[in-house]
Design a protein around this ligand. Structure first.
Ligand SMILES: [Zn+2]
Length: 604
């Protein structure tokens, strides 16, 4: 019996030992190997997951790529400091009344409002202030004063203010939406998506490699454990976030934004292109928007630089180009304008008419009668083809197929094509052609197209495609991809060198003795074409005012298009004024950079 029992005990021990060994090995396996593997259905390892259960984080930086101007000046990604208020009890609030009073003053509010907001909080929140969409940016002074209060439930944290909290005319940059980084209690990476502009068109490329997050240890009631230090986690990838270099010059962009503000320009756009390669140097859209707090229904986030509008007389460039290309008139043909063009109830802007007037003068004076007569000589398809040769009726922005794995890339978001004739069926009707030839009826062009048409003329008819995306760099500065400029002379149907240079000369006349003569005394010698289009807005007759052109005439550096929308009929052409101011700004920046570079070379 004893033997049997001993044997049983032996077997029992053996089984137990084997079991224990198994458990030990299994534990070691979990400890040594599995803890570094990802938990199924999560991006965290077991170790991380166990920590995160007891921590809550705030995203300091989403890891998303950033944008710079052509000189590397940052356009996104400023760090600011903000106050985070952690949940408090009513007793805590009442016990520290004097400190609350002082804190309220520092945070630019009153104690009553502060207590009301703070008392209701169930989780940590960044302090905004009354009716502010984004957290209040703290100055050094404010930070010091808050720290001196020694309030344990108030912390100061860095906060990524992607666009700065300002009104901006850079609608081409766009904005992001999604879970805001100030949401403190979350379990997963915030889902931030580019919703408009470059933020949208480049979204797939600039999504980051993980956020920089500060974690706070919390207890089971989600209260922060005060004596445990917060911990910062950042992705260790040297290649991200990517840096997108745009073609825009921030100094010129902001200078023009300021200038349109001072001029009281309410609606419209200003586009400045580099004449060498059609790069977009500035594109300002009014009204301005605040990318930190978007009001979708208000529509200010829309980029009017790429929205098609009735062009009025700037479209006479197309009619003139068509007539010259087809040999249907010559620069010295003489017309007669008595102010009316009876057949279609059309009249010239000049009461009583221009009298006897040559074609060249008719362009400078923007005579409707001359251009109505020219339009009658053209077929709809001849007008269409001249428009296409100058880039109208199609998108002109730089685009690429198969770019860094993207099947197609069009950096300019929602660029419109515009129209020449919207109804092909009646396009050959003389009345339709006559109205289209002076830029009325269905004709619609974008400010970007208008500026680009000037660049195309300056290149003798070579069609250019304005870039806004220049390069993409890795975080370490290494170049990932260059977006090369695009330009091509159309195989057929393009504008000849001869026609181009005639039109450019005529644009000089406009400023020297035509409708743009107020631009005669600007810093640079300028050339261009004015336009006024009659439109109906909310049932009322309104005007779109345009001026497009280039400067300096002797050695063209910039092509400029200005559109001011929704102006009262018979008001002064504000676009011409703004064109002149933009040209002056460019001239002074140009001479400034020249003298500074001259200074540099004399030193070396
Ligand atoms: Zn006339």
């Amino acid at each position: 019996m004893r033997l049997v029992r001993n044997r049983r005990i032996k077997y029992g021990w053996l089984i137990l030992t084997v079991l224990l060994m198994f458990v030990t090995v299994r534990l070691a396996w979990v400890q040594l190997v599995m803890k570094h593997q990802r938990v199924p259905g999560s991006r965290h390892t077991m170790v991380e997951a166990s920590l995160i259960q007891r921590e809550r984080g705030i995203v300091l930086d989403s890891g998303r790529g950033h944008f710079t101007d052509r000189h590397g000046q940052a356009l996104t990604g400023g760090l600011t400091w903000a106050a985070v208020l952690f949940p408090v009890t009513e007793k805590e609030l009442n016990d520290s009344q004097t400190q609350i009073d002082r804190l309220a003053k520092i945070l630019r509010t009153d104690a009553k409002h502060l207590k009301q907001v703070w008392g209701k909080q169930k989780e940590p929140r960044l302090w905004h202030g009354k009716n502010a969409a984004i957290p209040l940016t703290l100055t050094k002074d404010q930070i010091r004063q808050i720290q001196e209060l020694h309030l344990p439930k108030v912390k100061i944290l860095p906060y990524e203010q992607r666009y700065g909290n300002r009104l901006s005319g850079m609608q081409w940059l766009g904005f992001v939406s999604g879970q805001r980084k100030e949401s403190l209690f979350y379990q997963d990476e915030p889902d931030i998506t580019g919703t408009s502009g470059l933020e949208k068109t480049l979204d797939a490329l600039i999504r980051g490699d993980g956020s920089t997050i500060v974690y706070y240890p919390v207890n089971s009631g989600n209260e922060v454990i005060q004596d445990l230090k917060p911990m910062v986690k950042a992705p260790g990838n040297p290649y991200y976030p990517l840096r997108v270099v745009t073609t825009v010059d921030a100094k010129i962009q902001h200078g023009i934004e300021q200038l349109t503000e001072n001029a009281g320009m309410k609606e419209g756009a200003v586009v400045v292109l580099d004449t060498r390669n059609a790069d977009i140097v500035a594109m300002v859209s009014r009204p301005f928007y605040n990318p930190e707090s978007i009001q979708p229904e208000y529509g200010a986030w829309e980029n009017r630089g790429i929205k098609a509008k009735a062009p009025g007389s700037i479209f006479k460039l197309v009619t003139a180009a068509a007539v010259l290309e087809q040999g249907l008139s010559s620069p010295d043909e003489v017309f007669h304008c008595d102010g009316e063009y009876g057949k279609f109830g059309l009249s010239c802007w000049k009461e009583g008419g221009h009298g006897t007037i040559g074609l060249r003068e008719g362009f400078a004076e923007s005579c409707n009668v001359v251009f109505a007569e020219l339009s009658e000589r053209l077929t709809a398809s001849q007008m269409q083809s001249a428009a296409a040769a100058l880039g109208f009726g199609q998108t002109v922005g730089w685009e690429a197929k198969d770019f860094l794995g993207l099947p197609a890339l069009r950096p300019l978001d929602l660029e419109q094509k515009g129209t020449i004739f919207s109804d092909k069926a009646n396009a050959d009707d003389a009345g339709v052609r006559v109205q289209t030839g002076i830029g009325q009826r269905d004709a619609a062009v974008t400010p970007l197209q208008a500026a680009n048409a000037v660049v195309t003329l300056l290149h003798g008819g070579v069609k250019t495609r304005p870039r806004i995306l220049k390069q993409i760099h890795y975080a370490n500065g290494q170049l990932l991809k260059e977006a090369s400029p695009q330009a091509e002379r159309p195989a057929k149907g393009g504008i000849s060198r001869r026609t181009s240079s005639i039109l450019l000369e005529w644009m000089e006349d406009v400023v020297q003795d035509g409708t743009g003569s107020t631009l005669k005394d600007r810093k640079w010698k300028l050339a261009g074409k004015s336009g006024t289009a009659q439109v109906t807005i909310k049932g009322r007759p309104r005007n779109n005012q345009w001026f497009i052109g280039y400067g300096p005439v002797e050695q063209p550096r910039y092509a400029i298009a200005v559109l001011v929308e929704n102006r009262s009929p018979n008001s002064r052409n504000q676009a011409t004024d703004i064109f002149g101011q933009v040209a002056d700004l460019l001239a002074s920046l140009e001479s400034g950079s020249k003298s500074s570079s001259a200074g540099l070379s004399s030193e070396s």
